[in-house]
Design a protein around this ligand. Structure first.
Ligand SMILES: NC(=O)c1ccc[n+]([C@@H]2O[C@H](COP(=O)([O-])OP(=O)(O)OC[C@H]3O[C@@H](n4cnc5c(N)ncnc54)[C@H](OP(=O)(O)O)[C@@H]3O)[C@@H](O)[C@H]2O)c1
Length: 348
């Protein structure tokens, strides 16, 4: 493992240099990797693994649009595409990539086929961390490992096709075979990770739930909405409010932050913007930190997990979700966004 310095703190990470694809192929040459579930992560991981030369099959329930999607992506029924149970039987490594609620309901079927020496692989620590709530308790004689790409399965695939890699965390919950470390490292490289950083199942799920509720999705929408509303209530047009709140951030500034960091972006904008950003960021940090503290303790107490399990396992989950998404989509801010996107020169 490479020892790298992250802002003064040293961390051991796995890189492609030290764990090249060739080594990963050697480690997994006798394994059949069954990717169970073909939602968002399933396609990204299965296609990348297959293109990287691993022996991959897909398990997906039939009579579903997702089955057709798998066929359209080139998986062949009876050869590389199977019903979930058949794939679990054939696989030596079961990549459990159903939705978190689906993992709970399919667990008895999957467990039946977790015979000695197989590996159970997750891309989220949820099922294992909240095992009292999910009932997912693996047998003692299988490896239980995790590779969690830090991004959507769509990005994982897209970046792979561009010759790039999405960073992932990895963890070992149970090493029954003595090979869990090399199995998880090889799978992490095989699915197309950039570099792999170590975590455990609990930390993965706590940071993931905090991140998606926080800066990645929940907090960012909250901050967008607050600023947009203040600008609109002070007489600014939708176009002005949207451009100053969202469009400039996503189109112009965040790509610069991604390339060179926040200080570089500040250094390369106007002196007026610089002064203001430097004066105000700490106020926003101090105002939002109590909300983040509350969020983290709700996650750590398991309350957020329970809310997800309860709502995702309802039969009308998708309809209710659509209503909530519609509310966002129909808001003036995102309607303005749709118009602004249409006006981008590349869309004309
Ligand atoms: N979304 C991401 O990019 C992302 C990123 C990092 C980690 N992860 C983790 O990766 C795992 C998979 O996430 P995902 O977002 O890819 O999931 P998803 O899109 O919600 O997965 C849907 C898959 O689960 C199947 N499924 C759901 N309920 C089922 C049931 N009761 N019986 C049989 N099949 C069922 C679906 O089949 P049908 O289509 O037939 O319903 C589909 O194949 C999760 O642990 C997630 O936390 C996801």
């Amino acid at each position: 493992m490479a020892l790298l310095n992250f802002g003064g703190v040293e961390e051991h990470v796995i890189t492609r240099e030290e764990f090249p694809l060739k080594k990963a192929q050697e480690v997994l040459k006798n394994e059949t990797i069954a990717v169970i579930g073909y939602g968002v992560q399933g396609p990204g991981q299965a296609l990348n693994l297959s293109d990287n030369g691993f022996n991959v099959i897909v398990g997906q329930r039939k009579n579903s649009k997702t089955w057709d999607k798998a066929k359209n992506d080139g998986w062949v029924p009876g050869e590389t595409l199977f019903e979930i149970e058949e794939a679990c039987e054939k696989g030596t490594i079961l990549q459990y990539l159903l939705s978190d609620a689906g993992q709970i309901s399919l667990w008895p079927t999957v467990k039946k086929h977790l015979t000695k020496g197989k590996a159970l692989y997750f891309s989220h620590g949820f099922g294992i961390t909240y095992k009292e709530r999910t009932g997912i308790i693996p047998p003692d004689d299988v490896d239980v490992i995790l590779v969690a790409p830090k991004g959507s399965g769509t990005s994982l695939r897209r970046m792979f096709l561009e010759g790039r890699g999405l960073n992932s965390s990895y963890a070992i919950f149970q090493d029954a075979t003595g090979k869990a470390k090399e199995r998880v490292s090889a799978l992490g490289i095989g699915v197309g990770s950039g570099y792999l950083f170590q975590t455990d199942f609990r930390k993965e799920v706590f940071s993931d739930l905090t991140g998606e509720r926080g800066t990645l999705m929940g907090a960012i929408q909250g901050i967008f909405a607050a600023q947009y509303e203040v600008l609109r209530s002070n007489g600014h047009s939708p176009s002005e409010a949207f451009n100053e709140t969202v469009e400039e951030l996503t189109q112009s500034l965040m790509p610069l932050v991604a390339e060179n960091g926040m200080d570089w972006m500040y250094a390369n904008c106007s002196t007026t913007a610089q002064r203001g950003a430097l004066d105000w960021w700490k106020k926003f940090r101090d105002a939002s930190k109590p909300v983040f503290e509350e969020l983290y303790s709700e996650v750590a107490a398991g309350n957020e997990a329970q809310r997800s399990i309860d709502s995702n396992s309802q039969d009308d989950y998708r309809e209710k979700l659509e209503e909530e998404l519609k509310e966002l989509r129909d808001s003036e801010m995102w309607q303005a966004g749709a118009t602004v996107r249409k006006l981008r020169p590349e869309n004309n």
